[in-house]
Ligand binder design. Structure first.
Ligand code: UDP
Length: 364
């Protein structure tokens, strides 16, 4: 298959601003290449891909980035800046897509989803967030009524944010396991990984670490400075800021933790960091909210606490060493490798392409 991937217009690949989408795109690429597919990636200027293969070509788009939807009011109208990066990326993708089998869009935005109604090339959308915008939700509903196969989700709970979707296509996510080394460190520190932004609920993890009289190691890009400062003031001396690290360094440090805390305040679409921790053998204590509740096996690879119940997180951390760290790695190997993920993506895309063929949409 010849696939054109549209990356996120929030930040270049490698910036960390695109959150989990950056790693998801790279892992998928790895899986697709191993399976012999050819891929063109359209991404913001300065983007770097992990995969270096003759089967992958990177094309750059330039212009002003989009503002992330989760940091806007739910009822905000769509805003497309003059000199729009997103529109340039889409124009390039359509141009290349005319000779490809399908376009796969990773950007959670209005324009590429709307294009589904207006181009003849098959365009599939991997939705990376729960419902974070009224206007996008309604557009998905409209496009879904005509093209029900063109949308896939990372988890069932994420898809439930779009109640009009019956029998959602749920494809999980995938990780290149060669990049994560198992570590058997039962006495390490507590870890937290993610974009430092309100929807990620770092304050609850800081509360738990502080109640245990421990430091909390925090890895990730600080997306909201004032939010980070507020937590520091609330829990002085608790947070150890480790910065945003590339996967190789991140997994080395993360693997030394005795547990990862995952305390999101939004309907987490998937939760890449949960799986990355498990891949290193680190059990996870998370809120039963969104993707992590479909990933973590309670009492086997970590613990699930009721949403916002910090005291339960605290109590589960006290018994975290009951978890056999090998179970954590094993779950990822059996459920979330880049190979398994690429296989699910390919069978979804085949379904989309077949549907277009049956509707007699000639490829340009
Ligand atoms: N991440 C990283 N280096 C860091 C901290 C985080 O590369 O120091 C990446 C991590 O690998 C993950 C992403 O940031 O892929 C966060 O994704 P997640 O799905 O957990 O949340 P999102 O940001 O998409 O809401």
């Amino acid at each position: 298959m010849h696939i054109v991937l549209i990356s996120t217009p929030i930040g270049f690949l490698g910036s960390g601003k695109g959150g989990g989408v950056e790693l998801t795109l790279n892992s998928l690429l790895t899986g697709l290449i191993v399976k012999g597919h050819t891929v063109d990636v359209v991404a913001p200027n300065n983007s770097k891909l992990v995969e270096d293969s003759k089967k992958v070509k990177l094309h750059f788009g330039e212009g002003e980035e989009q503002k992330s939807w989760q940091h806007q009011d739910y009822y905000s109208p769509v805003s497309i800046p003059n000199d729009s990066l997103l529109s340039e990326m889409i124009e390039k993708a359509i141009d290349i897509g005319e000779k490809a089998d399908i376009i796969l869009n990773f950007s959670y935005d209005w324009l590429p989803i709307w294009m589904t109604l207006n181009i003849k090339i098959p365009i599939a959308h991997l939705i990376s967030m729960g419902s974070e915008s009224f206007v996008i939700r309604n557009l998905i509903s409209k496009v879904y009524s005509k093209f029900p196969n063109n949308f896939a989700f990372h988890s069932k709970l994420q898809a439930s944010d779009y109640p009009f979707i019956e029998n959602p296509i749920v494809i999980g996510n995938g990780f290149n396991l060669d990049n994560y080394i198992f570590q058997d460190c039962k006495n390490g520190p507590l870890g937290w990984v993610g974009r430092v932004a309100p929807e990620k609920g770092l304050e609850d993890a800081a509360y738990v670490a502080s109640a245990l009289g421990e430091k909390l190691n925090v890895w990730g890009i600080v997306q909201d400075e004032s939010y980070a400062l507020k937590i520091e003031k609330l829990f002085p001396g608790i947070l150890e800021w480790k910065g945003f690290l590339e996967t190789d360094k991140l997994q080395k440090e993360l693997g030394t933790c005795r547990a990862l805390l995952n305390t999101p305040k939004w309907n987490e679409a998937y939760g890449n960091v949960v799986v990355e921790a498990l891949a290193c053998g680190v059990p996870v204590v998370a809120y039963k909210r969104g993707g992590p509740s479909e990933i973590i096996q309670h009492s086997k690879t970590g613990y699930l606490a009721n949403p916002d119940d910090k005291e339960s997180v605290l109590n589960y951390l006290k018994i975290i060493n009951k978890i056999d760290r090998k179970n954590c790695r094993e779950w990822v190997e059996n459920n979330a490798s880049s190979d398994i993920f690429a296989g699910k993506v390919i069978s979804w895309l085949n379904k989309v392409i077949k549907e277009y063929q049956s509707q007699n949409f000639p490829k340009c």
